[in-house]
Each structure stands twice: as structure tokens, then as C-alpha cells.
Ligand binder design. Structure first.
Ligand code: VGL
Ligand code: ZN
Length: 216
């Protein structure tokens, strides 16, 4: 079978996921080499008319923080009403320096900045649907309003917010691509290989930045 090729048209959107200070190498929830995606994403973004940027944007005391649960530790999984939840160091608190887009991310033509994880009691790795799998962020409606049929997902982290966003995009019927070298993973207890498999099963396609440039 021939590899699928990506044709970037006006109805294709780039989704730049959670490239924020707190996920950079010195941040509280550092994604290894997370800073390396910045120049790659800046270059890619120039090829898109439609760019959406997301920010993880938690209120203080968010229930995804281990600090909100007495006797719990970072990276421990607990059961929330909506299912399992990994507990994280405090990160991306609304209005904080750590929640700002990472320095050097330069996409002035980005059109929508979507903030997610805003409900204290529900996490949201996906930019489409919160962790209760019912509460919509409004991103799908926005994309539909602009007739967008295809999305290209980049950013942090491959195995959490990028993965869940890509899977929900594919499930919504969008042609969905992940640019592998424009993402970095946290890779917690095999989470990266699990996320890749789940993306594949959902029909997400993978590409590299060089290949994407070639086809644009
Ligand atoms: C993320 C863990 C917690 C991410 C956000 O952006 O991948 N991961 N919050
Ligand atoms: Zn978060």
C-alpha cells in the first residue's frame, strides 16, 4: 500500500498543543527535549493558513495535581468519577508565567488560542473533549464552522495531550496527522508506546516535518 500523502490546503489546520513554559526542560512537568519542538513548529506553521494553539490552563487546586489530594504523590494514578487519572506536579496555572506559551514560539498568524483543563474537577488532555468524555471544549464546532476537514497535530506531550487530541480528531472524522519530530513525550511506564498504538487504531497518520515541507 502506498503511504498516504498530506496535502495542506486552506481547509487544513495545524493544532499546536501545549508548548508552554511548564513543559520545558526546567519546568515542573518537564517533557524531555520539549524545547526542541519550537523551531520545528515555527517552520511548519508557515505552511498553514489555519493555526490553532492550545494551552493547558488549570485553576489553582486542580484535581489533576497531586497537591490537591492528601497522601497522594506525583505520577500516581487515582480513580476519579470519570475514570483513572494520573496525578501531576502543579503546572500551567491560569495566568502564571509557567502557563505562558514557551519563549521562541513564533506563530503570529495563529488565529485561535484554546485553553483547556479549566474545570477544577475534570482534566482535559484532549483539546476536543474533557476527561469525562462528554464536556466539549468547542474546538470541533470551531473547526466545522471553518469547513476544516484535516488537522495536523504537533506539540507536547505525544503520549498525553497530543495523543488524546489526535485520537479525538480522528474519531470526529477529521483526516488526522501527527508530525512525529514536532512532538516530544513524557513516556511514563510505557505511555508512549500505548499512545502510539491507540493513535494508529484510531486511524491517525504519522509524518515527519521534512516530508510535510516536501508536499506543501
Ligand atoms: C499534559 C500532563 C498534564 C500535556 C498536560 O500537555 O501533555 N500532560 N497536563
Ligand atoms: Zn495539565
Amino acid at each position: 500500500m502506498a503511504a498516504a500523502t498530506l496535502n495542506i490546503d486552506n481547509k487544513t489546520a495545524l493544532l499546536v498543543v501545549d508548548v508552554q513554559n511548564d513543559f520545558m526542560p526546567n519546568g515542573p512537568l518537564a517533557v524531555p527535549q520539549g524545547n526542541e519542538v519550537i523551531p520545528v513548529i515555527n517552520r511548519i506553521a508557515a505552511h498553514f493558513h489555519q493555526v490553532v494553539i492550545t494551552q493547558d490552563w488549570h485553576p489553582a487546586g486542580h484535581l489533576s495535581f497531586s497537591s490537591a489530594h492528601p497522601d497522594c504523590q506525583d505520577y500516581q494514578t487515582i480513580t476519579m468519577p470519570y475514570g483513572p487519572q494520573c496525578l501531576w506536579p502543579e503546572h500551567c496555572i491560569q495566568g502564571s508565567k509557567g502557563a505562558e506559551l514557551a519563549e521562541g514560539l513564533a506563530i503570529p498568524h495563529a488565529r485561535l488560542i484554546l485553553r483547556k483543563g479549566i474545570h477544577r474537577e475534570i482534566d482535559s488532555y484532549s483539546a476536543f473533549l474533557e476527561a469525562d468524555r462528554r464536556t466539549a471544549t468547542g474546538l470541533l464546532a470551531w473547526l466545522q464552522a471553518h469547513d476544516i476537514h484535516q488537522v495536523v497535530v504537533v506539540g507536547l506531550a505525544t503520549d498525553f495531550c497530543v495523543g488524546w487530541t489526535a485520537i479525538d480528531a480522528a474519531k470526529a472524522g477529521l483526516s488526522t496527522w501527527v508530525v512525529e519530530d514536532a512532538c516530544r513525550a513524557i513516556d511514563l511506564n510505557g505511555s508512549l508506546s500505548r499512545a502510539k498504538q491507540a493513535m494508529q487504531e484510531a486511524g491517525v497518520k504519522f509524518i515527519t516535518a521534512a516530508h510535510l515541507h516536501h508536499h506543501s
